[in-house]
Design a protein around this ligand. Sequence first.
Ligand code: SME
Length: 160
Amino acid sequence: MAESLILTGTTKKEKYESLIPQIKALVDGESDYIANISNIMSALKHGMDWFWVGVYFVKQEQLVLGPFQGPIACTRIAFGKGVCGTSWKEKKTIIVEDVEKFPGHIACSSLSQSEIVLPAFDQNGNVTLVLDVDSEHLATFDETDKFYLEQVMRLIESLC
Ligand code: SME
């Protein structure tokens, strides 16, 4: 694996295009799932300069906090609750431009203003985890983030 990230690009697209191959290289040759997810969270946090990046694993009927980067966060989220639980329930990526306008949003930090949540699936189409990315600014995430972060989700699925 690489020892450090080389961060280039000024546009969001350029940053992702630079970062994603490095994320793939980061996990290449390492078989430990948690170690790989942990490094992917760090690479996303530092590569994209977001407020909070982390995963919640599906465990029985709840989401349970996994590797993350950023301030401490809620540890458990119920099915269908908050943005994360809704992404799990609806099995789809959810972009929230203003968390105040998302009914039932769970505020782990009052500083978070917008977010994107994406699910990862097993081979039967069951959600195994969700990736949650939070921003301190409104409307940070859009279709470009969805496009590139869904590539990261497919990589995470391949790690199992
Ligand atoms: N805002 C999320 C909860 C997780 S924290 O933001 C890290 C939600 O509504 O599901």
